[in-house]
Design a protein. Sequence first.
Length: 163
Amino acid sequence: MSFNLIRKFFAAGLLAAVAGAAFAQQGPLPYGMPIALETAKKIVAASVAEARKNNWGMAVAIADPAGNLVAFERIDETQTGSIKIAIGKARSAAQFRRPTKVFQDLLAKGDNFTYLLGLEGAVPVQGGIPIVIGGKIVGAVGVSGGTGEQDSVVAQAGLDALK
C-alpha cells in the first residue's frame, strides 16, 4: 500500500470522526411526511414575491423529502438553465438533509473536501434549504437565477412565510 493511499485513508477516517462527533452533538433531523401541495405553493409564492421585489429573475422549486418535485415556478425571462439548477438544489437539500451552502462552504476549505464533487446529487452552491415543520424535514426549497446569496435570500423568504 502506498504512503499516499495510507494518508488518504487516514484523512478520510479523521474526517469521518469529526463529522461523526458533530452529528452526535446535533444529529440530522428526521424526515416527516411529504410537504402538502398548498404549503409548497405558499413557499413558492413568498419566494417569487421576494424575487420580484428585488427585480431578480428566479426559478423556485419545492421537493419532497425524497427529492421529487412538488411545486415549481419560474419568473418570466429567467434564464432557462436556472430551472434544472433550482430543482437540483431542492433535491440536494432534501436528500442530504442540509442546506446546499454546507457543501459550498466545505469545498471552499480546500482539497480535503473535493470528494464532495463526486457525491451524486450533492449541489455545492447555496440556494437550497430544507423545509422543517414540527422538527422534521418535509421537503426543501431550491432557488436559482441570481447570485448564491440572492438565491438564498429568496429561498429564506419562502420559508419565512411558514412562520
